[in-house]
Design a protein. Structure first.
Length: 258
C-alpha cells in the first residue's frame, strides 16, 4: 500500500511547478503543432510541463505507471497509475486567455485516490483525497445547494471534432433555454473544480479523454457532488461523456439532456 500523503505531496509539488512554468511562458511560446485535426493544439510548453511532472513522479515512484496526454502510456505497475494533463486548456493558453490548468490524478487498482488541479493564473490549488474531502488553497470546499436548473449556472465544452458525430449543439441550446446561464470556457478540469467549489452548479461534456476528468471528478465527489454519464450510469475516466453536478439538479439535467 502506497502512502497517499506522500503521493498527494508529490502531485501538488509537480502541478505547482509545472503551472508556474507555464504561466512564465504565456506570450512566448516557441512552437505550436497540431494533433487529430487543426483545432487540437500542442505546444512546446505542454511537452516541457509534462516532462517536469513525470520526472518529479519518477523520482519518488519509479515503478508506477503513467498515462499522460502528450506522451501516452509509460510502462510500470498498473496497480498504481498517474493520469496527467500538463496544460488543460491549451487553446486558451496559446491565446493568453487565462483559463488553463495542470491536472494530475492518482489511481490505485483503478480507483481514484488523489486529484490535484492547479490554476496558475489565479494561483488556485484544488486538492482532493478519497475520503478526506476537497480543498481550495487549503480550505474545505463543497458544492452548491441550488435545486433547480433555472436558478443554476451551468458549464459545458465542445469536442475538437465538432463536425463529427460528437455534437453538443442541441444540448447546449436546450440548456441555454433552461438554465440561468451557460458558460463554455475551455478547460474541463477547471469546470469540474468550479462545480466542486460551488461556482458552477453543473457541468456536462462529450468527447472527453481520461486526463480531462481524472482529478476533477474526484474533486466533485469529495465535495459532496455527483458524477455519472449523461444517462446516469456509473462514471469512470475512460468513458467519453460526463454529467457532474451538486447532486440537487442531477436528475433534472439528465432529463433535459435526454
Amino acid at each position: 500500500m502506497e502512502d497517499l500523503g506522500k503521493i498527494k505531496k508529490v502531485a501538488v509539488e509537480a502541478a505547482v511547478e509545472a503551472g508556474k512554468y507555464a504561466l512564465s511562458r504565456v506570450g512566448c511560446i516557441e512552437e505550436i503543432s497540431y494533433k487529430e485535426g487543426v483545432n487540437n493544439l500542442v505546444t512546446d510548453v505542454d511537452k516541457k510541463c509534462e516532462k517536469l511532472i513525470i520526472d518529479k513522479i519518477k523520482e519518488d515512484f519509479p515503478t508506477h505507471s503513467i498515462l499522460a496526454e502528450e506522451s501516452g502510456n509509460e510502462d510500470g505497475d498498473i496497480s498504481y497509475k498517474w493520469v496527467i494533463d500538463p496544460i488543460d486548456g491549451t487553446t486558451n493558453y496559446t491565446h493568453a486567455f487565462p483559463f488553463f490548468c495542470v491536472s494530475i490524478g492518482f489511481f490505485m487498482d483503478g480507483s481514484a485516490k488523489v486529484g490535484v488541479v492547479y490554476e496558475p493564473s489565479r494561483d488556485e490549488l484544488f486538492v482532493a483525497e478519497e475520503g478526506k474531502g476537497a480543498l481550495l488553497n487549503g480550505k474545505k470546499i463543497s458544492v452548491s445547494k441550488n435545486n433547480r436548473v433555472q436558478d443554476s449556472l451551468i458549464a459545458t465544452g465542445f469536442a475538437y471534432t465538432i463536425e463529427g458525430k460528437i455534437d453538443n449543439i442541441d444540448d447546449f441550446l436546450t440548456m441555454l433555454r433552461s438554465a440561468r446561464a451557460v458558460r463554455r470556457a475551455g478547460s474541463a478540469a477547471i469546470d469540474l473544480c468550479y462545480v466542486a467549489c460551488g461556482r458552477f452548479d453543473g457541468f456536462w461534456e462529450k468527447g472527453l479523454a481520461p486526463w480531462d476528468t481524472a482529478a476533477g471528478q474526484l474533486m466533485i465527489k469529495e465535495a459532496g457532488g455527483m458524477v455519472t454519464t449523461l444517462g446516469g450510469d456509473s462514471f469512470d475516466i475512460y468513458k467519453k461523456e460526463i454529467l457532474a453536478t451538486n447532486s440537487e439538479i442531477h436528475r433534472e439535467m439528465m432529463s433535459l439532456l435526454g
